[in-house]
Design a protein around this ligand. Sequence first.
Ligand SMILES: *Cc1c(COP(=O)(O)O)cnc(C)c1O
Length: 364
Amino acid sequence: MVLPEALPNVSSLPSYVPGARGSASGPAPIKLSSNENPLPPLPSVSRAIASAGESVNRYPDMFAADLVNALAQRQGLPAENVMVGAGSVAVLAHLLQAYAGPGREVVYAWRSFEAYPILTALTGATPVTAPLAPSGRHDLDAMAALISDRTAAVMVCSPNNPTGPAVMADEFAAFVDRVPSHVLVVLDEAYVEFVSDQACVDGNTYIGADAWETHPNVVVLRTMSKAYGLAGLRVGFAFGHADVLAPARACVTPFSVSSVAQVAALASLEAQAELLERVEGIVAERDRVFAALTSDGWSIPEPQGNFIWIGAGDRTAELVTHLGAQSPAILVRPFTDEGVRLTIGSPTDNDAALAALAGLTWRV
Ligand SMILES: *Cc1c(COP(=O)(O)O)cnc(C)c1O
């Protein structure tokens, strides 16, 4: 029997590889395989989630008005400059649905966030990639050189998942000056709260009426999943020119940001100071792990997010097996024959990872 035939661009999609979760038996593994926040929700956020749970028989506010207003107010913007979605991956998907498609091109660095090729292919657009510099950094000159009349959008991931370095402020400024205004520039700042080098790009420079006067095509993407610790609830958002966001907003699946997620995001914004203090702790751990590995002979690209990259190349499988053989097992995110991304966890978990890495007879 002939089955319904999926579109060729869908049939050939690469699949998203989520971080390993470990098996149900044996000691709980040390899970450093997804870029999650190792800390559970604050009590105030847990309470808001529990109480929102009592009214899930009702549909959520489709426009997430309270959350949009809170985000807009914090940024000093009207609500029309804010868009929320079920994770910033969904916001990006809607931006690409609105702007990319067959006959158009989407430019991004590679290796970068693995959702980029999937979301691009889903629209039917052609991906155009610029290899990262050997230091795991974006090569913005190479990316700018790939932009043509067919380019619909370009994604810049800063800090770059999975390699770690952030884009420098001066580099990004020169880049957006080179990109024609008909090309959407998405600055994906999923890890911006972890950035400690002041010379790195700060999306806030590109948000607001003055900024959009010069660069109306720049959209800044943020998420509640990483620094705010709400990965399991799916809330992300974008700041952009009203006319640029409106078509993307039209693509949103109705009611996709749940009422529980909206309430949790609001409660997290209210607890922002406390949450950002916890981020400082994770940043201190990241710097400790980076310093320890560097002095032990590893060559790690400068990490500005909550993860580090070990470019193990053809020893990647060996490294993953070694980490997995520890007790408890240490789970990381492997990229076949390229390397391993290790998320910063609790100090104890990080110590376990450092000890396991020190036990290897080789370094990269
Ligand atoms: C984690 C991540 C996101 C955000 O994911 P959501 O959970 O969908 O908000 C976006 N971009 C990058 C580069 C990420 O690593």
